[in-house]
Design a protein around this ligand. Structure first.
Ligand SMILES: O=P(O)(O)OC[C@H]1O[C@H](O[C@H]2O[C@H](CO)[C@@H](O)[C@H](O)[C@H]2O)[C@H](O)[C@@H](O)[C@@H]1O
Length: 381
């Protein structure tokens, strides 16, 4: 599909939305310098030799400080004391580049006319609000109903950094597909795939339905377990630190840790990772995420699910991905670069993204999902 020439979706023809510089920002977000991609899924790390420990620590710390900033923090970081009215103006200005998916709903549905929609949703910060205790990131019943209804209209999948079991426990709906561990654990529909995926096996879901289980990082399981235990042990003295086992990746939470101890956490994680060259680190919202060095992410998971659903390489398919986190950028990029779908960033503060649209918070996500259902009902014969 060529959206640039589509005049029924004027928002997309805005040159600022299509600008290369905006896309370029993301190309270096998750691939640290020195990472070499080899054929297949594995990527080999060469950077450890050349980067000084102090550099690593200070760049980690910078990322830790900037993760999940508040409006006030952004103002401080830019060195200017701005009032909240100015922050609102900054947000409105930012929305010129990332229009609200609610205000632009008509553009989206005009473009979606005659197309088959596929919906991909992140969990934390998208379907549930960010809370201090990761174990209490519950989804509201109203949101659950909205997700259930939208999944009845369109194929829908949740792609989360959590373990697949954990996110299913939170969501509790059988009408959708689930991908955990940032897409490294996908339970999708049974479909003959054009590509051979060696790590794809037939399985059954909790209802006994036949499904495809795709776990490209399965060989990392013992290593991840070992690192999880080491991280629990090493951080146990740090008040507020929490280590979460997400099956194929590990989260080290510092949201509840005094800022003065963030360097210590970064140091501890770095010390452990030194012994595991096949693991790497990414940054989320007040969380350090340890994951396999594998050329697989939420973007690849979207492509895999589209293929499993028999929806890849079809001009009449419109995938929409809604997410709030840096790891969701991989999915936004896939949709933008493939020129075949919409990324919607959930954020209440301005930030650069490869998404096309924005929503302020999970309550707006719910409104958007409900609007999709109403649109589908009103447009069905
Ligand atoms: O891909 P996601 O579904 O967005 O998962 C990303 C991480 O989300 C969780 O952590 C975040 O949400 C917590 C609850 O609101 C919050 O306390 C934490 O500070 C956030 O980083 C989850 O706990 C992580 O394991 C996921 O990787």
């Amino acid at each position: 599909m060529d959206r640039k020439s589509n005049h029924s979706a004027p928002v997309l023809t805005d040159p600022t939305l299509m600008s290369k510089s905006r896309l370029g920002i993301h190309s270096s977000l998750y691939s640290p310098p020195g990472v070499v991609f080899s054929p297949g899924l594995f990527i080999t790390m060469q950077r450890k030799k050349s980067i000084k420990l102090e550099d690593v620590r200070s760049s980690w710390l910078d990322s830790m400080k900037s993760s999940s900033p508040t409006h006030r923090k952004i103002a401080k970081d830019s060195g200017i004391e701005i009032l909240s009215a100015d922050a609102d103006a900054a947000y409105r200005n930012w929305m010129l580049k990332y229009p609200s998916a609610l205000s632009a709903f008509e553009h989206i549905t005009n473009y979606a006319k005659g197309k088959r929609l596929a919906l991909f949703l992140d969990y934390d910060g998208t379907l549930s609000p960010i809370v201090d205790n990761p174990d209490c990131a519950f989804m509201s019943n109203a949101m659950r109903a909205a997700v259930r209804n939208v999944a009845k209209c369109f194929p829908t999948a949740i792609i989360s950094g959590r373990s697949r079991d954990k996110v299913f426990e939170f969501v509790g709906l059988t009408e959708l597909y689930y991908a955990g561990s940032h897409g490294m654990d996908i339970m999708g529909p049974v479909q003959s795939m054009s590509n051979d995926h060696p790590n794809c096996i037939r399985s059954t879901d909790k209802q006994g339905k036949e499904v495809n289980l795709f776990q490209p990082a399965s060989e990392f399981l013992p290593m991840i377990d070992e690192v999880f235990r080491s991280l629990v042990e090493i951080t146990k003295e740090i008040k507020g630190a929490e280590v979460e086992n997400n099956k194929f990746c590990v989260s080290v939470h510092y949201r509840n840790v005094d800022e003065q101890s963030w360097t210590t956490i970064a140091q501890y994680v770095h010390d452990i990772l030194k012994d595991y060259p096949r693991l790497r680190l990414t940054h989320g919202r007040k969380v350090l995420e340890v994951r396999p060095v594998l050329d697989w992410d939420k973007g690849k998971a979207v492509e895999f699910l589209l293929e499993s659903l028999g929806l890849s390489n079809c001009d009449d398919v419109l995938p929409i991905y809604v997410g709030d986190d840096r790891t969701d950028e991989d999915a936004f990029k896939v949709l933008r670069e493939g020129n075949h779908g919409y990324g919607i960033l959930v954020s209440s503060a301005p930030k650069e993204s490869a998404a096309f649209y924005s929503l302020r918070d999970p309550s707006e996500v719910m409104e958007f999902l409900k609007s999709l259902v109403l649109w589908k009902e009103s447009s069905s014969p």
